[in-house]
Structure formats: structure tokens, C-alpha cells
Design a protein around this ligand. Structure first.
Ligand SMILES: Cc1ncc(C[n+]2csc(CCOP(=O)(O)OP(=O)(O)O)c2C)c(N)n1
Ligand SMILES: [Mg+2]
Length: 545
């Protein structure tokens, strides 16, 4: 068989049911011939974001795959792969390559050379019959160890070469890394001895699907739980031990409890220094559990470390902690949960005027608050974008079920949220999939709303249009005054309609909830929806430093 047909057959054997891509790449045609649904986007970046969400929402059980052409395709796709690398998302990227004769000759863009720093595995196939080996290596890497993108570049003259039949390829295995028992014993001792421990859960908990174990450990230790932005929804945020999620803008409980803790237990997290995550306060005893030892002592000094799959680590810790506590909590819960509830109520009361504001232009906080109280939160998957919408949404959105919030932001590419919502909808067609973004964000990827219409991916897009890059106002004062450099404009509800979707522009506070309900109803009819809320240039955030 031809190498290109072998790629399609291997994708099938790996369980790929749809391939997201942008022409020209013959894998698209071969996939269709093999009955893999092909989904064509309007630009590569969005397609990668969609593949990314497929992997995130399924905890990597279903790996998102994206293909594009050599040259412009692989050049333009760079952002999408870099974003997945930044946030540690496992995707398979299949660019075409220049013919072998000229693949290493400038100025030809060589994916093998250029993508090495944003992938965990990057290979160029040099002969057709090496395709099965290359694909086996890529899928093995993407499914094992720390999740991150992998890439196999296939030069255009390799696609038509022969691969021996019958094709020898079996689905690659998944493994889990178990922790060192001594490290577990040590960590359990520290956690049990701690007076005021706080658990900080990262997205490793999502990839290990270890939500139940996390909950059991928190309840046994009677320890408050917060998450990274990526880990948001790993612990029910309505649980009395929840502090809410981390990020740039956070509930007061996250800040105060971390500050007053004696021990911080990071599970399935990298503790990377980022503007979009809480900074761990100095002087704490840190117990760091991660699947990748490259994270250890990188940004945060950890005296105690446990390497392993978050699920296996939590199970081992549970057994040890149960042993030490004779199976029962020590009766700290009432006091801890009372403190959390009191502080949370005070903090929310401070924000309530904005969350329920009757102003025009609308308060973005009011839009978010009304959205939270209109949708069925447990059956909704929501994501933010870069900019103010992230900082307005993440502290106030309380996720109750695992993987119902796609939090992100080790790097923060404007326009990421649309593709994430679309990928989530592909992976979970029954969920209401929402992206909340600003008018700068839609400038990057808005054209792919047309993809949602054409490919029948009925998402609900919530646009907070303040005709501005409001978050930049404080640092672009002169440029704004002299040259209006933060102003932007557009009628995006009309844009959505022009693309064949449902669009509505909302200016009245009383119309927010009815419009959301109309929008949800339209998504149920299979029509993507864009609700454009005209909002004020709000730049107050729940930031603690
Ligand atoms: C690709 C990219 N370029 C630049 C930025 C920097 N940036 C972050 S937010 C922002 C403006 C956001 O404006 P908007 O989406 O309208 O939200 P607003 O603050 O107005 O609510 C910019 C320029 C970015 N995150 N991504
Ligand atoms: Mg804006």
C-alpha cells in the first residue's frame, strides 16, 4: 500500500474517528477513503486548538490529530502547536514536508528542525516504509509520560512510496508511572503532620482521571483544595473544602489559605512560574507530585517529591494516610469549612454589585453571573480566552464536574478559546460548549466561526464586546489618547449571521438571560450561536498580591 494510505490505516487502528486538517495534504483524502471524518478549518491554528480540546476533554484517551501542508501550512500552524506545548496537551501533528531533495535547503520550512522546541517528539520520515515505525514512535510518546504534542513530518515525495503489506501496526500501549513507596511514606507523614495543609491540584489529575481519589484524600485530611487554571474542575468548586481555582484573578480564599498554610501539596502540577497562576508563597513546606521530574525544583523549591501518575500517587497516599489516621478524619472539617465559607461570602459580597449590575454598557461580570445561573453547569464545558474575559470568568465560575472547564494559560494566545469549544463539542456532543472571549480575541480566529457552521459544531460563543483592548488601557495611555491605539470595532452578531449561524447583539441587562436561553435553544437545533454583549471597559479584577 502507499505510505499515505498506511498513515490513514494507522490512524484508524489508533482509534482516530475524525481528522482535523487544512489542505493540501494527501492524508486528508486517504483518511476520507478510510471512513475517517475529515474536518476542514479556515486556518491551521484553530484546527490545532480543536485537536487540543479533543485530547483535553477525553484525558488523552482520544488523541486529537491535525494535518496540514508543507511550507505555509506548517509555518502557519506553529502557534497552535506552541500553545499545546505550553499547556502540555498531547496531540499528533502531521505536516507534509518539502521533497527530500530540498527539505534541508533554505528557505524551505523544515518542520523537523523548526518544531523540535515545541514538541516532545519530532521526526521526519525519510522513506515510505518507515511510516509505520514513525507513527508507532509518535503515538507511543503522545500516550505515555508527560502529555505534549508529537510531530511526524512526511515529505511530499514519500507519500506515494510503498509500505509492505500486510501492514504491521498494532495500537500502541498506555502506561502509568507508579511512585516510589519511600517517597509516598515521606509525603504522607508530612501531610498528616501538617497543621494547615492546602492541596493544589493541576491538570495531571485530569489526565489521570483521579478526581475521586483527590476528593477522598482532601476529605480524609480535611484539607482545603485549590487548582491551577489548567486543573480547574478537578475538584468540585461547590464542595465545602474548595477554595476555588487559581489563575491571575482568584477568589480571596485561594490567596489567604495558601498564605496561611504550613504545607502545600501540589499534585499533577508543574508549579511553573506564570502570570496566569498563583505564586506559591515563600517559606512553605512544598510536597510536589508530578509525572515529569523535569518539573522538580524548576521554579518552586520542593523538599519532598513524588514522581508518578497522579492517580497512582493519590491512591498510594490514601492508603498511607488512612493507615496513619486509623481510617478516620480528625475532626478539623467543621472549622476549616466554616472559615472558607465565611471568607468566600465576604469576597462574593464585595463583588456582588458588579455581578448583578444593571449598567449600560453591560458589566461583563453581570453577563458571566447570569450565564452561570442560566446554563446547566454540570453539562456545560466552558473556556475563557486571553485578556480580561479570562480574569472575569475564572474566579466566579464554579465548576462542579470534572473537565467542564478548560482552563489554560502557560502561554495565552488570543483566539484559542473558539477552537477549544469546537473541539470539546466534537468530543462531547451532548454538552453545551461555550467560549467566552473579547473583541480582540475574535479578531484572531473569528473566521472559524464559519467552520462551526459548516462542520455542524453547534457551540455557544459569548463575546464581550467593549470596542477595545481594555486590559491594555493602563499601559497604553498615550497611544490611546493620541492615536486611539487600543480601540477596535466590529459588529460580530452580524458576522455570525453572515456565516449562517445565529447571532444576537445584546445591550440591555434584562435581555441577558432571555438571549442566553434563545442561544442554547439554537445550539440544540444544531446551529452555532454567537451572543455579542456590549460591555463596559471593565478592568477591575480579583487580584491579590
Ligand atoms: C496572540 C496574542 N497577542 C497578544 C496578546 C496580548 N494580549 C492579551 S489580552 C489583549 C487584549 C484583549 O482585548 P479583548 O479580547 O478585547 O479583551 P478586553 O480586555 O477588552 O476585555 C492582548 C493584546 C495575546 N494574549 N495573544
Ligand atoms: Mg475588548
Amino acid at each position: 500500500m502507499k505510505a499515505v494510505a498506511a498513515v490513514a490505516e494507522i490512524l484508524k487502528r489508533e482509534g482516530t474517528t475524525f481528522l482535523i486538517g487544512y489542505p493540501v495534504n494527501p492524508i486528508i483524502e486517504a483518511a476520507a477513503q478510510a471512513d475517517i471524518r475529515t474536518i476542514i478549518v479556515r486556518q491551521e491554528r484553530t484546527g490545532l486548538h480543536m485537536a487540543d480540546a479533543v485530547s483535553r476533554i477525553t484525558s488523552g484517551q482520544k488523541i486529537g490529530v491535525f494535518t496540514m501542508q508543507h511550507g505555509p501550512g506548517s509555518e502557519n500552524a506553529f502557534g497552535g502547536v506552541a500553545q499545546a506545548y505550553g499547556d502540555s496537551v498531547p496531540i499528533v501533528v502531521l505536516p507534509g514536508g518539502y521533497p527530500r531533495r530540498i527539505t534541508n535547503i533554505p528557505p524551505n520550512f523544515n518542520s523537523f528542525i523548526n518544531y523540535r522546541n515545541v514538541t516532545k517528539w519530532c521526526e521526519q520520515v525519510v522513506v515510505g516504509d518507515a511510516v509505520p515505525d514513525a507513527m508507532r514512535r509518535a503515538f507511543t510518546q503522545v500516550k505515555n509520560g508527560r502529555p505534549r504534542p508529537v510531530l511526524v513530518e512526511i515529505p511530499v515525495d514519500v507519500y506515494q512510496e510503498e509500505v509492505p503489506e500486510p501492514l504491521s501496526y498494532k495500537m500502541t500501549p498506555r502506561t502509568r508511572v507508579a511512585p516510589d513507596p519511600d517517597a509516598v511514606t515521606e509525603a504522607a507523614r508530612i501531610l498528616v503532620e501538617a497543621e494547615r495543609p492546602v492541596i493544589y491540584a493541576g491538570q495531571g489529575v485530569h489526565y489521570a482521571r483521579a478526581w475521586q481519589q483527590l476528593r477522598e484524600l482532601a476529605e480524609l485530611l480535611e484539607a482545603p483544595v485549590t487548582t491551577s487554571l489548567e486543573g480547574k474542575s478537578a475538584f468540585p468548586e461547590t464542595h465545602p473544602l474548595s477554595l476555588g481555582s487559581g489563575g491571575r484573578s482568584i477568589p480571596k480564599t485561594v490567596y489567604e489559605f495558601l498564605k496561611n498554610s504550613d504545607v502545600i501539596f501540589g499534585i499533577g502540577c508543574s508549579f511553573s512560574t506564570t502570570n496566569y497562576g498563583v505564586t506559591m508563597p515563600k517559606g512553605k513546606i512544598i510536597v510536589h507530585s508530578t509525572v515529569d521530574s523535569a518539573d522538580l525544583n524548576k521554579d518552586v523549591v520542593a523538599e519532598h517529591a513524588v514522581i508518578g501518575d497522579a492517580g497512582l500517587v493519590l491512591e498510594a497516599l490514601l492508603a498511607e494516610v488512612r493507615d496513619r489516621l486509623k481510617g478516620k478524619p480528625r475532626g478539623r472539617k467543621a472549622e476549616v469549612t466554616r472559615q472558607i465559607a465565611t471568607m468566600k461570602a465576604e469576597w462574593l459580597a464585595q463583588w456582588m454589585p458588579k455581578l448583578t449590575a444593571k449598567d449600560k454598557p453591560l458589566s461583563p461580570y453581570r453577563v458571566i453571573w447570569d450565564l452561570l445561573h442560566t446554563v446547566d453547569v454540570a453539562n456545560t464545558i466552558i473556556t475563557h480566552d486571553a485578556g480580561s474575559p479570562r480574569d472575569q470568568l475564572s474566579p466566579f465560575w464554579e465548576s462542579t464536574e470534572p473537565l467542564t472547564y478548560i482552563g489554560w494559560g502557560k502561554t495565552t494566545q488570543l483566539g484559542y478559546g473558539l477552537g477549544l469549544a469546537m473541539g470539546a463539542k466534537l468530543a462531547k456532543p451532548d454538552a453545551l460548549c461555550i467560549n467566552v472571549w473579547g473583541d480582540a480575541a475574535i479578531g484572531f480566529t473569528g473566521m472559524d466561526f464559519e467552520t462551526a457552521v459548516r462542520e455542524r459544531i453547534p457551540i455557544l460563543s459569548i463575546l464581550l464586546n467593549n470596542f477595545s483592548m481594555a486590559i491594555e488601557l493602563p499601559i497604553m495611555k498615550t497611544a490611546t489618547e493620541k492615536y486611539r491605539s487600543t480601540d477596535i470595532s466590529g459588529h460580530y452578531a452580524d458576522m455570525a449571521k453572515a456565516f449562517g449561524g445565529y447571532g444576537e447583539r445584546i445591550t440591555e441587562p434584562g435581555d441577558i438571560i432571555p438571549a442566553i436561553k434563545r442561544g442554547i435553544a439554537k445550539t440544540r437545533e444544531g446551529i452555532p450561536v454567537l451572543l455579542e454583549f456590549i460591555t463596559e471597559k471593565e478592568i477591575n479584577f480579583s487580584i491579590f498580591k
